[in-house]
Design a protein around this ligand. Structure first.
Ligand code: FAD
Ligand code: DHB
Length: 386
């Protein structure tokens, strides 16, 4: 099989790249190791930057998002028992959209299949080779047979645990990593919203986050031990922890409900440089990971693909290689900005195992600065809205 662009991974990065190329008349094949049902049911991100929203809308996949998503013009920082609003839109002129990642996935899968796009699910043992030749290849198992794609370019969009990044010889890549000594316990709850805007809470027992999915379903997270087991958290213990960490002096209450989904997420910062080797280009989590505190991962994946699609379109339409040559440096500039922001939000809001009372006071001083200085609030808001 031959194709201009072989895309490994049908996450937001891979699907959107395939869609954007299709809109410019460029064919691609997307290889996904999981089933359609699995990728459409995996619960992950929820916050879309305005740039992400605009790109999805302009490329014709934003109709349901605009109908069912929620525009938010602020977030709340809660610490020392009080809430403080960061007025994102007033400070930056931009807003965010709360719309679940698996809904974005559904919209993109539908768009690709409606356009007869080649999207292969359940592909096993994908192997990339000849990456620094003019015709890189991907070999894989599908429905009991071995198949091979010969492409002009390969896009590695297969997430942090995918095969694309390790296919680049280690002497051609430099990796930067930080692992955090905590994870997030995430739940989905059948309950009415307790707040009109997301709450990021700092508490001496650890971080907590109140987000939403719909008027009936809420998304909540709290900092936990990354080695913890969901089984050691019966519902009553989860609610007690959330009530404690989110309590305010003015008696705000958190609505409880049936917990129907739960999981623990590890937290790390990671970047690989460069995001290209020969004719393979990495995009999204395959190239970088941020801790979720800044809500940046999905948005970075979208930005990589925006830059990569433009570069590939230029190449196929005019033969110009400048965009492809600049891809890694262009994407990495935004990646490192988001890495810093996500690390900063994480550091400011979480409890670290080696925390001292001194460190705790420093966190409170910084939070107080963010909510009392317009300059500092703009710094947070600009990065948060993207
Ligand atoms: P992925 O979504 O990981 O997709 C990669 C795909 O490749 C997967 O479907 C996988 O099955 C497939 N694959 C892997 N290996 C292979 C292989 N060998 N062969 C074929 N296919 C393969 N980001 C935000 O912007 N905002 C948020 O609010 C936010 N919240 C988050 C909350 C949680 C709980 C988590 C876990 C993440 C959150 N993120 C958030 C991060 C965001 O979910 C990721 O950054 C995003 O999914 C990256 O997209 P991607 O397409 O690069 O990778
Ligand atoms: C959600 C996830 C995040 O990582 C975040 O910072 C805000 C909201 C969410 O899943 O809704």
């Amino acid at each position: 099989m031959k194709t201009p662009v072989a895309i490994v991974g049908a996450g937001p990065a891979g699907l959107l790249l395939s869609h954007l190329l299709h809109l410019e008349g460029i064919d691609s094949v997307v290889l996904e190791s999981r089933t359609r049902e699995e990728i459409e049911a995996t619960i992950r991100a929820g916050v879309l930057e305005q740039g992400t929203v605009d790109l999805l809308a302009q490329s014709g996949v934003g109709e349901r998002m605009k109908r069912e998503g929620f525009v938010h013009e602020g977030i709340v920082l809660r610490f020392a028992g009080a809430s403080h609003r960061i007025a994102l839109t007033e400070l930056t002129g931009r807003s965010i959209m709360v719309y679940a990642q698996h809904e974005v996935i559904k919209d993109l899968v539908k768009a690709r299949l409606d356009a007869n796009g080649k999207l292969f699910f359940g592909v096993k043992d994908a192997a990339l080779y000849d990456l620094d030749s003019p015709s890189p290849k991907v070999r894989f198992h599908r429905e009991e047979s071995v198949e091979e794609i010969e492409a002009q370019f390969v896009a590695g969009c297969d997430g942090f645990h995918g095969v694309s990044r390790p296919s680049i010889p280690s002497r051609h890549r430099q990796e930067f990593t930080r692992t955090y000594p905590f994870g997030w316990f995430g739940i989905l709850v059948e309950a009415p919203p307790s707040t009109a805007e997301l709450i990021y809470a700092h508490h001496e027992r650890g971080f907590a986050l109140v987000s939403t999915r719909s008027p009936q379903i809420q998304r909540l997270y709290f900092q936990c031990d990354p080695e913890d087991d969901v089984k050691s958290w019966p519902d009553a213990r989860i609610w007690e922890e959330l009530h404690t960490r989110l309590a305010t002096r003015d008696g705000w209450t958190l609505a409880e409900g049936r917990i129907f989904q739960r999981g623990i997420i590890a937290m790390r910062s990671f970047v690989v440089e460069p995001m290209r080797f020969g004719r393979v280009f990495l995009a999204g989590d395959a190239a970088h990971i941020v801790p979720p505190t800044g809500a940046k991962g999905l948005n970075l994946a979208v930005n990589d693909v925006r830059v990569l699609a433009r570069a590939l379109v230029d190449y196929f339409k005019t033969g110009a290689e400048e965009g492809l040559k600049a891809y890694s440096a262009t994407a990495l500039r935004r990646v490192w900005r988001a890495e810093h922001f996500s690390w900063w939000m994480t550091s400011m809001l979480h409890r670290f195992h080696d925390d001292t009372p001194f460190h705790h006071r420093l966190q409170l001083a910084e939070l107080d600065y963010v909510v009392s200085s317009r300059a500092k609030a703009i710094t947070l808001a600009e990065s948060y809205v993207g």
